[in-house]
Design a protein around this ligand. Structure first.
Ligand SMILES: *Cc1c(COP(=O)(O)O)cnc(C)c1O
Length: 216
């Protein structure tokens, strides 16, 4: 599906929800996609991309960022503290702030460099043991602690369990964001972004619907 087709579906979902056009940012998730597909989307004029791994992003994006003006990279996957410095240089926004140690590392590096990407706190809304993210019950105190470190928090993010209805997860995320004064809601992927938009998503992360299936 082209950027134009995804955008048309976003506009329709926004209109159905009574939300203004442009209220949602489309993050094109380019992880594990062949270069020619990513370049095709760059050539369609899109500039906001999401990657899961620092290493993969560092290997391919510097060249494309030099070629296409205004590239804006978002990190969506788990971040190891030993890659934090590199991530802070590559990404404008990190969607996966998920533990105190990472918060402390980012705060220390931000003090040192005078720069910090915008941050979403990842919430493990399904409380899945294998999944990254702060448990819903710990969300408020984690957010308060991150704020006390002066980190630039902009929102909350979730990845609902694969085999569940995403709706209650989107609603839970919106509640957590709302009661913590975090307006950004990073939720909704290829199969459910219209539902996420209906529930107030501000950032949707769309990979396979845009690029086709990933090559693992
Ligand atoms: C891969 C990934 C996506 C995109 O998934 P699709 O189903 O291909 O749209 C979105 N968010 C995160 C965190 C991902 O890892």
């Amino acid at each position: 599906m082209s950027i134009a087709e995804i955008s048309a579906r976003m506009d329709r979902a926004l209109a159905d929800a009574g939300r203004p056009k442009g209220a949602v940012t489309l993050i094109a998730v380019s992880k594990l996609q062949p270069p020619e597909r990513v370049k095709a989307v760059l050539q369609q004029g899109h500039r906001i991309f999401g990657e899961n791994r620092v290493q993969e992003a560092a290997g391919k994006w510097p060249e494309w960022s030099a070629q296409f003006e205004g590239v804006d990279l978002h990190l969506l996957g788990p971040l190891q503290t030993n890659k934090a410095r590199q991530a802070m240089e590559l990404f404008s926004t990190i969607h996966s702030l998920d533990r105190p140690k990472l918060a402390r590392t980012l705060a220390r590096l931000a003090d040192e460099t005078g720069h910090c990407p915008k941050l979403f706190v990842q919430i493990n809304t399904g409380a899945e043991p294998q999944k990254a993210g702060v448990l819903p019950i710990d969300a408020d105190s984690f957010i308060a602690d991150a704020r006390s470190l002066n980190l630039p928090l902009v929102g909350v993010m979730c990845i609902p369990p694969v085999d569940e209805d995403p709706l209650p997860h989107f609603r839970m995320l919106r509640e957590i964001g709302g009661r913590n004064d975090l307006p950004g809601l990073s939720m909704g992927m290829s199969d459910d972004f219209e539902t996420a938009i209906a529930e107030g998503a501000t950032h949707i992360r769309v990979g396979s619907a845009l690029f086709g299936a990933r090559d693992y």
